[in-house]
Design a protein around this ligand. Structure first.
Ligand SMILES: Nc1ncnc2c1ncn2[C@@H]1O[C@H](COP(=O)(O)OP(=O)(O)OP(=O)(O)O)[C@@H](O)[C@H]1O
Ligand SMILES: [Mg+2]
Length: 254
């Protein structure tokens, strides 16, 4: 009798483990971004051509390439700043081809965008920078907003800096706030365009640790960078823009 019970509980345990495994696999295999035969233009100039790529939920992906190779143009296409004129694209369940002007704010809510130059509002403190974004994206409840601000500041190690103005913060601290701002609406994908471009090597590593931490907590990140030292230190899937194309490269070919 006892053996039957034991066998039964083992089967139950195995079943639970199988379910966990299948759901993890399902999350990892879900595409968060898919481009097929995409061309990117700046005005009439063709910047990138024939781009087909996909990013799956939970991945950390670098986007590298020489200056002028099209990294920012690709990012702009992804957050709706440049229209998708050729090919097809799907990002966080939005169809880039049929994206209308009025859809863009909703797309941006599902994306967290981080720039090289932080883009914080200089005339208000950190809390009010974050509050501004929450209000602009439809949040109303004051206590929920306060709690969310505290949560994102905590995630980037800036819990005590909410009262500071941007000019009272170092570059690295400003970038931490910009990352906190990108996290406010729990984005499915973070697009970071050279987030360490204005920072010294030590501060770059600190910002990278913040991004790695966020990725390990399940968020998907696409990061454009020039910083090969960082890529070597934190190896991950890498896409390269070169000669109007985007292709995956292996670490030693960088
Ligand atoms: N607003 C714009 N209007 C017209 N052409 C542009 C514009 N922005 C970029 N370009 C051109 O598009 C090409 C790709 O530029 P992009 O900014 O995407 O490159 P990048 O890889 O991000 O470079 P960097 O590493 O310097 O940031 C370049 O030839 C650039 O001159
Ligand atoms: Mg750029």
């Amino acid at each position: 009798m006892c053996k039957v019970k034991e066998l039964f509980s083992r089967i139950l345990l195995f079943q639970q483990e199988l379910i966990t495994f299948i759901s993890t696999f399902k999350i990892m295999s879900e595409n968060i971004l898919q481009l097929t035969d995409v061309a990117v233009f700046q005005g009439e100039n063709l910047v990138l051509n024939d781009i087909s790529l996909e990013i799956k939920k939970g991945e950390f992906v670098y986007l590298i390439g020489k200056t002028g190779s099209g990294k920012s143009s690709l990012m702009k296409t992804l957050y709706g700043d440049l229209p998708l004129r050729e090919g097809s694209g799907n990002i966080v369940d939005f169809d880039l081809k049929t994206l209308r002007e009025k859809d863009i704010p909703y797309l941006r809510r599902k994306l967290g965008v981080v720039f090289q130059d932080f883009k914080l509002l200089p005339d208000r403190n950190v809390n009010n920078n974050l509050l501004f974004v929450l209000k602009a994206t439809g949040w109303k409840d004051t206590s929920l907003m306060t709690a969310k601000i505290e949560e994102v500041l905590d995630k980037v190690g800036m819990k005590t800096k909410g009262f500071k103005f941007p000019h009272e913060l170092s570059g690295g601290e400003q970038q931490r706030i910009a990352i906190a701002r990108a996290l406010l609406n729990d984005p499915d994908l973070i697009l970071a365009d050279e987030p360490t471009g204005n920072l010294d090597p030590q501060t770059s590593v600190e910002i990278m640790k913040v991004l790695q931490d966020i990725n390990q907590n399940g968020r998907t990140i696409l990061m454009a960078t020039h910083d090969y030292a960082l890529i070597l230190k934190y190896p991950s899937k890498t896409l390269k823009c070169d000669g109007n194309k985007v292709f995956e490269v292996v670490q030693r070919a960088i």
